[in-house]
Design a protein around this ligand. Sequence first.
Ligand code: XMP
Length: 326
Amino acid sequence: DWTTGNIVEEQVERIREQVGTGRAICGLSGGVDSAVAAALVQRAIGDQLTCVFVNHGLLREGEAEQVEKDFVAATGAKLYIADEQERFLSALDGVTDPETKRKIIGREFIRAFEAAEAAIMAEAAETGEPVRFLVQGTLYPDVVESGGGEGAANIKSHHNVGGLPEDMQFELVEPLRTLFKDEVRAVGAQLGLPAEIVQRQPFPGPGLGIRIIGAVNEERLELLRKADAIARAELTAAGLDNDVWQMPVVLLADVRSVGVQGDGRTYGHPIVLRPVSSEDAMTADWSRLPYDLLARISNRITNEVDGVNRVVLDVTSKPPGTIEWE
Ligand code: XMP
């Protein structure tokens, strides 16, 4: 019967069987899933695992620093940081179609892991054994929504499922592939990961790249990063972090509207707030956040973020909307 302890033991056993004496790398995204997958694999094969954090330039404020601090402190795992902002931003240059963005990001993640592998092997030349395994924190809902489940339609290609290139050099290790988020959190807690990691709200691997509706560039990322940091800080200050599943903040980069600020006309972009409550991300409802909190977020974003003159609230459930806009 089902207990978290059983899942841990069973997966540790399976991972050992699959990997043997090989070496593995695990991409960390800063999120719950990849952290739990990494901790599980570390429990199974210890030093044969190197964690790789790819900074793809699509991160939120403070995210890279947080991975270094929280995850390494909790697990003692080996961490390799790859600065790949150039690679991703140039691959995404001018791309507006959501599925194309997702596939590009999925492909560049693999290319970044392959580059990391080369660097890791150069550092660890004496051990010989090349990296053959790539650990991913893929969950059951990711598989289903990418069209991998029985009879499922492809809704979105999650970067780590439908977005993988065919000529990839790695064998995948995906110990969470049959689990839902709440089970993953329980496994993480069982493995001793701190609440800051296991209770963290979900954030998609493609990051802010799929929260800019329109082409992705540095200027737009900078703007969205500021708006997102304000929204998150206010949600936390209101003590409501645990009341929402997640709150995507989205930039409508190709939409502009007329506004008035100070004594002049503006022609700026809208920011969308998308707070949702959910059990497993398969379905969701929009969160009824207090009006005064929404007002504070709106005031601060329009005052503090240049180029934004309007903040709107998404009041759509899933279905028919999805949680992310792309
Ligand atoms: P949607 O937008 O499909 O999102 O309702 C469901 C949940 O999945 C997250 N999400 C992703 N996570 N890679 C991820 O790691 C992805 O490509 C991806 N796309 C969506 C989303 O944030 C939500 O929690």
